[in-house]
Ligand binder design. Sequence first.
Ligand SMILES: NCCCC(=O)N[C@@H](CCCN)C(=O)O
Length: 424
Amino acid sequence: MADKLRVLKQQVCCSIDKAKDKLHGLGDAIWHHPELAYEERQAHDTLVRFFTQEQGWTVEAHYKLETAFQATWGPVSGADGESVVNVGFLCEYDALPAIGHACGHNLIAECGAAAAVGLKAALESRETWPVPIKVTVLGTPAEEDGGGKVDLLQEGVFEDLDVVFMAHPSQEDATYIPDVAEHDLVVKYHGRASHASAYPWEGVNALDAAVLAYSNMSVLRQQLRPDWRVHGIIRHGGAKPNIIPDYSELEYYLRTPSHRDLPKIKAKAEACFQAAALATGCRVELLFARNEFYEILRNHTLEGLYEENGKSLGMKFITVKDSSGSTDFGNVTHAVPGIHPYFYIGSEALNHTTEYTAASGANEAQFYTLRTAKALAMTALDVIFSPGVLDKVKKEFKEAKLREERGLRLQQAKHGEAETNKEI
Ligand SMILES: NCCCC(=O)N[C@@H](CCCN)C(=O)O
C-alpha cells in the first residue's frame, strides 16, 4: 500500500504542475479584481467557470449564498449502501477595503482549487479505491467580514463532509496558528447638532461619545488577559468643526482564545460603550454581528500527516504559540475534522499591509501556493488510503468535541454559582 500511495502522491504533484498556468490564472483574476465580503461576484464566476470547464465536476453556482458555490466530483451514494468518504476543500476569495488582497485570499482560492484538481486526477488514475470517494469544493465568501462559513454551516452545507481542508497565506509554513474566537460589533451614538461656537450648549456631541468610548476601551485593555484583544476604529466622526456631530459610529472586534469567554469580554466592552453614552447624554446602539467566529478545534492526526507531506515537498515548519487573528474556519472545525495550515508565499511582508497585497499577486507566490495544495491533496490521500487513519481522525475529533463541551458545562455551572452568590 505504501508504494501505491507514493505513486498516487506523485500523481497529485504531476497533475497540479500540469494545470499550473490555469490555476495561476484563477488566483490572478481574483487578485486583479478585489471584492469585499458577500460581494465577490467576479471571483465566484471565475471559480464556477473553472470547475464547469474542468471535466467531471457537478457545479452549483450561488449555492445557499449569492457568492458561494459548490463543485463535487464522485458518487452521490455508494453502491449497496456502502458509505462514501467525502473530502472537502475550501476556497475563500474576499478582499479587504482599500488594500485589496492583503490577506492573500486569491491564493486560498487557487490553493483549494488546485488541491481538488490534484486529488481528483490521482483518484482517476486508479480503478478501485478502498471506499467510494467524493471530492467537494466549497466557495466560501466573506471571511474578512461577516463569516460566510458560519452562514453555510447553518444551511447544513458541511454535514456530509468527513474531513475538510484549506490553507492560508502567511509569513511561514505552520500546520497550526492559534486563531482565536471573535465577535464584532458596530457602535452608534446619536446626539444633537448645534452651532459649535454660537450655542454649543444646545448640542449633544456624538463625537465626544465616540472618543470617550475609544478611550474607555483603551483603558480596559490593561485589565484584559494578555491573549484577549479589543481593537476598533471610528468610522464616522462628524462633518465639519462648526457643527456639533449628532452622529458617530465605531466598529470594534472583540477576541478571546475560546468562544466560551466571548460573553465576558462583550460585557466589559458594553460597559465602556454605555458609559460614554451616559457621560455625553447620547443615545447608544450596540449592533453585534450575527455570527461569532470560533477558535480552531485542532486535529493533531491531520496536522501530523500534513506536516509529513509538506516536509517531503521541502517545507520547513515553525511552531507558533502566540495567538493570531480569527477565521470562520474555526466554526467549521467544531462541525467537521479539518486543518487550516498557514503557508509562506515568498515574502516577509505582514498580512493586512499593502506589501502583502503585492506579495500575494507576485509570481513568486505561485510555487508556494501550489506546493501547499499538493500537501493538502496528499494528506487527503492518506485519509483515504491509509488503513485506520480516517477512524483515528474521527475519534480524535469526537474526543476534542467532548472535552470542549465538558469545558462549557463546567463554565456554565461556575457561572450559575456566581449568579446565585450575587443574588444572596
Ligand atoms: N490568522 C488570520 C486569519 C485571517 C484574518 O485575518 N481574519 C480576520 C477575520 C476578521 C473577521 N472580522 C482577522 O482579523 O482575524
